[in-house]
Structures are given as C-alpha cells and as structure tokens.
Design a protein around this ligand. Sequence first.
Ligand SMILES: [Zn+2]
Ligand SMILES: [Zn+2]
Length: 333
Amino acid sequence: MLCRSVNREESSKSSSVKIPKPGAGQVRIKVQACGVCHSDVLTKEGQWPGIQFPRVPGHEVAGIIDELGASVSAWKVGERVGVGWHGGQDGTCPSCRRGDFRNCRNLKIPGIGYDGGYGQYMVAPIEALAPIPETLSDTEAAPLLCAGITTFNALRHSGALPGELVAVQGVGGLGHLGIQFANKFGYKVAAIGRGAESGTLAKNLGASAYINSEATNAAQALQELGGAQVILATAPSSKAMSALIDGLQPNGKLIVIGVAFDPIEVTPVQLISGSRSIQGWAAGTAADSEDTLRFAELTGVRPMIETYPLEKAAEAYARMLSGNATFRGVLTM
Ligand SMILES: [Zn+2]
Ligand SMILES: [Zn+2]
C-alpha cells in the first residue's frame, strides 16, 4: 500500500504500510480522493500537541467502504462515504454528555489522532461517516468535508439573516466555498482579498462587492456598505483579521476559521462600542457534513479543485502552503 506518511524529518518520502483492519465499530475505506487542507500543517509540522509520528495526514476524505468491523450494521460494503475533521467523539466527556459532539474534549481527528486520507486505505469509526450524494464526485465531495462544512456550518450558526451584509475574508480554499454558501443563504456578500485579480472570481462565485485590501482600507469599505453583520475570516492571517474588526456593524461578529498562531489584536473599546464580538468555529459532526453535501447538491455549490495523484502529495501540499492556490488541491488514488 502506498501512503504518504509524514513526519518532520521525512516530509517527502512515500512509504508502504500494511492495509489496516477495521476494529469493532469501525469501517475500512478505500480512499478515492483526499483534499489538501491548510490544517495539514498541524500534522506535517508536528504542531498538534502530543501528535505521534509516523502519521498519515488527511481529513477531507471521500471513498468507498470496503470492509466492516465487528458490530457495524448501519453501513454496507460498497457505500460511498466521506470523513472530515470530526473523526469521532468519545461519547463520555462533559461536552458529549450534553450532546455537543462537535466540541468533544477528546475529539478524534483523522490525520492527527489516527491515520488519515493521504493513502489508499484508511480506517474510521462509524460516527465519522457521512454518505456522499450520488451527484457529487469524489473529488468534489472531498473539500466539502472540511473547507465546505466549516464555512457552511459557521455561516448557518452565525445569526446573520437573509439580506444582511456578510463579508468573507480570503478567496482561497475556504473562502471560495464561503462566498458560495453565503450567496445561497441569501446574504449580501462582500468578498475581501489581496490584489485586484480575485475580484472577478469572487463575483462569479456570488459576491456582490469585492474589496481589495491592498488598495483600500477594508474596514472602512465595509462601513461604506453599511457595516458587516458577520465577517467570516478564512485566510490564516491574524493581522488581516485584526484590520477588519472596525468593519462590523453594531452587534456584528467576526467568526474566525482560518488557523493561525499569532494573536489577533483588538482593543476592548473596539468590542464594547457596538457590542461587537469575536468567535472561533471548528467544522462540525458527520451529520453536519451530510447537511453540507446535500445543500451543495441542492444549490450547486461546488469546490474549485486541481487534482494531483497521491505520489505528488508533497507538491500539492507546497502549493497549498504558498497561499497562491486559488483552487483546492485534491489527491486522487
Ligand atoms: Zn481541514
Ligand atoms: Zn466527548
């Protein structure tokens, strides 16, 4: 079996490992496609606390169930399924006991807690599985299982109402899906990007306004549009996020989904005046993934992708990291 087993020293070698066997409550998936997500740096750079190497990255997985573990009755061999960031919950922590599986304190994440989708096979617990609708291809479904669900779920829980101004910062892997979902939810969408080039793309995706943050003060531009009820911050730049806070209208909310490690800077006065808030959001459960896939099927939201064979995983990863990929890199097996 060929897989991409990544650690800090051996980042570009492929390696063969035994085809895994599913345990009780698990299935084995023959991977068809796996999206390359910015959060894969947590695996590659060992930034996730306590991560054990070697570890196969990948948490945007589309594939076919090819073996059932013991006591699995609700799924069948041959069924097409997706696995996203939410790779399983413990069912017993304080969050799970309250039904808040998304925030399980011992969340299992594919590619971090166990081997993910940069390989031909992977094993996942059944609570991580979402059925893939027939009209979505594997390569279309894969990015919807992390980039898609994260933007979809953050927006549908944002409190913004149809017709209100929602800004999407970043027109990349997350942002290009966020713009489409925001448009389909009936918001007035302002996309914020660096440079003039992304403007046409953003408008084609459903933005009614495009703000070039290199040429204008983006917060001021949002205020000229009436102020944003929600700003969905997707680009992993704390500096860029900090610069947008003054673009919120009263009671507006900055929702942070782009992962960065340096602090967002904000003064208490910026938040107190107008009762503005900042919230983080992480993906969602497999049921949320299922909602995302069905909504995409219903409304035509699709990721823009460029595919790479598994052997070129390192190339796809480097392209994602460069910040220049307008399209979502997807590995195919
Ligand atoms: Zn991700
Ligand atoms: Zn839990």
